[in-house]
Design a protein around this ligand. Sequence first.
Ligand code: CO
Length: 470
Amino acid sequence: MAEIEKKPVKIVETVLRDAHQSLIATRMTTDEMLPIVDKMDKVGYHAVECWGGATFDSCLRFLKEDPWERLRKLRDGFKNTKLQMLFRGQNILGYKPYPDDVVEYFVQKSIANGIDIIRIFDCLNDLRNLETAVNATKKEGGHAQVALSYTIGDAYNLDYWKKTAKQIEQMGADSLCIKDMAGLLVPYEATRLVTALKESTHIPVELHTHYTSGVGGMTYLKAVEAGVDIIDTAMSPFAMGTSQPATEVMVETFRGTPYDTGFDQKLLGEIADYFRPIREKDLENGLMSPKVLGVNIKTLMYQVPGGMLSNLVSQLEQQGASDKFYEVLEEVPRVRKDFGEPPLVTPSSQIVGTQAVLNVLTGERYKMITNESRALLRGEYGQTVKPVNPEVQKKAIGEEEPITCRPADLLEPGLEKIEAEMSQWKEQDEDVLTYALFPQVATEFFKYRAAQENKIDPAKADEENKSYPV
Ligand code: CO
């Protein structure tokens, strides 16, 4: 009998980034991560995703931690495992486009502080918004992975994905990721999509999904059979629900097949034992809500990512309009269509979601238009796959000419000015970037840090800290 060719599936572990971003609002602390790093380093993961996405903002805003310090500590601990981060293209780790010099410097410092693989995506899949980050990553000797923001809609057929994947390969990306942030990719569609992408490109293909709609594990199975090289999973205490399929489950699924990871299930069990009490504590204190743990089939019906669903719920609660939830959910696809049918991922998910809430609560569509909606309709975030609704665009920007060039071409270099603005707080080069992304949050953090270091009235510093959820 002919020997079947072995092709172990590679695993990226997300428990230190996406899993806790999806389940506990990105509140896992560095102190909760460090004690288990040694064991995680022995598993044989392709990479551990541990930085970027919302972790940067959350460290500063809620945990009063320096995100750069977290990265350096993780780098010290992971001696054999590659570290991966998520990067929002020209929006870096923020919510709007930044000038090229800020993007380049951020990439440089991320790699200098320990990142090996940067996953770069754009919320509109406008590849021009990825060029600067991809080129900077390659220049710094990092692995540039480009992610397609996966979504469903008229424009998003197999030809679109194949054509875009080809362009990504030509940009010089080292690998490609299908980023299915809402868990919309169903198993047999995964077969078709992965087969098509493997036909059109020669670089490794990774699949990132969320368990939100309940099909994630099956989608991985079909994707691996169709030739996907890498899948993203989370250790079981922080898996499933709006997070990723569980690492141990996928490892066991492929045991004894050509895709066998060879991972030691006993070692994985010890790692799970470490995270389980953290999960229990977070369930007890309410940080982890049972709401995010089940299967939410509405995500397939409304094509809304899990994180966006919970944002809509809380926006409506704040307005005392929880009864409008389903009206808003039905308004989301309409706004999305008016806005050129973008994928829904940060920041487009927030822009579309907030506008849908306003359209319902004011009782008249586009009676109020947010600045972010205006910017999107003006082309400031880049080009949408389909044209925007011209009437809505006119309502938002009047006779103004929309932008058609790469949006960052219109932004002046920013670093020098930013450094001058924040020089009184600068203790390390990286502080300039922290401030560039979130000026107000960074300033508050710098004040807190200075107070801690000078040991000025620790009671007062403590008091200040209490106003932040932990
Ligand atoms: Co994700």
